[in-house]
Design a binder for this molecule. Structure first.
Ligand SMILES: NC(=O)c1ccc[n+]([C@@H]2O[C@H](COP(=O)([O-])OP(=O)(O)OC[C@H]3O[C@@H](n4cnc5c(N)ncnc54)[C@H](O)[C@@H]3O)[C@@H](O)[C@H]2O)c1
Length: 322
């Protein structure tokens, strides 16, 4: 392993499953030293083998910032103990299972063993940080950084403070993520679903309702996003979209078009049971389009498309502008 320079950032990854190993790639690509620790024997070494394969694919898509896979890989190592992983880390990213009791226990261990100047960050998908950090002495340095999988291809990451998280912790985390090529969404306070799952949930609920009430097919809903709205959404958000969709900007858009939407919102209040009767339509339709034994192939295809899109977005941002 190459010897880290004095100014090099040191990070620890606790739990080296899907998300832990993916963060390791992202942090190491940005130049940070990464120590992986997992409670399961051999898991961190397995993660490093996996990372090695991904780095080759990233290099082929020019997604390693001009570095070789070997250079990035040399910054990542497996630690034999949690203490060893935490020894130098000033950013600790926790990626253990989404179980409250596990998070509580792991954060107790992290708060006791990490350097006093380390930020302790959880990748939790849906647990509010206040639920597993309240009793800790160092609760002010605890925060959530929720990624979308895999974070080395998808820059957005939700930064969610507990009520006691210090502003300095939020700011350090935000700056670290930016330096690692991420796009942090910094919440002002914690809320169930954070930002992205609330938006995704609203869209999914309407997609299920359109099918459940017999207005649209499963494939037509997907077409509307894939070949419609998501083309713009892959490089601008909903507010910028509407700002550009009326001659006078966002206020003009709202004055012209709010009526259309306020008319339909009352029809959008009824909850749909996603796994209920409607699933008897949705699942067979999906399985006709994609047989169950092809799901894994299609996941590989999705990851290749995502890599190509990430490469395109980097190039387009340079050539056309962000
Ligand atoms: N998978 C996703 O798409 C995704 C996306 C965003 C956030 N997350 C969140 O990331 C976290 C991890 O999810 P994942 O998908 O990587 O799970 P995973 O099952 O792939 O990995 C969990 C890892 O934690 C290890 N582990 C279990 N208990 C431990 C402990 N006490 N100390 C250290 N290591 C321990 C396991 O051995 C395993 O390697 C969860 O909170 C999840 O909600 C997942």
């Amino acid at each position: 392993m190459s010897k880290p320079s004095e100014s090099q950032m040191h990070t620890a990854i606790v739990g080296s499953g899907f998300i832990g190993r993916a963060w390791a790639i992202s942090f190491a690509r940005a130049g940070a030293n990464v120590r992986l620790w997992d409670q399961a024997d051999g898991a961190a070494h397995k993660a490093i083998d996996y990372i090695s394969g991904v780095l080759e694919d990233l290099a082929q898509n020019d997604l390693l910032n001009g570095q070789t896979p070997a250079t990035v890989l040399a910054r990542i190592s497996a630690a034999n103990t949690l203490d060893e992983a935490l020894a130098e880390a000033t950013h600790v990213q926790e990626n253990t299972p989404e179980v409250l009791d596990v998070k509580i226990k792991v954060f107790q261990m992290l708060d006791a063993a990490a350097r006093p100047d380390a930020v302790l960050s959880s990748s939790t998908s849906a647990l509010l940080p206040s639920r597993f950090t309240e009793g800790l002495k160092g609760r002010g340095r605890c925060i959530v950084v929720h990624p979308i999988n895999p974070p080395y291809l998808i820059p957005a990451a939700e930064v969610v403070p507990a009520p006691w998280t210090t502003p300095e912790t939020v700011e350090r985390t935000r700056k670290f993520l930016i330096s690692a090529g991420h796009a942090p969404l910094v919440m002002k306070k914690e809320l169930d679903g954070f930002i992205m799952n609330r938006m995704q949930g609203a869209l999914l609920e309407e997609a299920f309702r359109l099918v459940a009430d017999g207005y649209a097919s499963v494939e037509d809903v997907d077409t509307g996003i894939r070949d419609g709205l998501a083309l713009r959404w892959s490089f601008m958000g909903p507010f910028e979209t509407i700002d550009l969709n009326a001659p006078g900007g966002i206020r003009d858009y709202c004055e012209r078009y709010q009526g259309i939407y306020s008319n339909i919102f009352p029809q959008m209040q009824r909850r749909v049971d996603w796994a209920g009767e409607v699933m008897d339509t949705i699942e067979p339709d999906r399985r006709k389009l994609l047989p169950a034994d092809k799901l894994q192939d299609r996941q590989v295809w999705r990851d290749k498309r995502l890599m190509a899109l990430a490469a395109h977005k980097r190039r387009a941002a340079k050539e056309i502008g962000k």
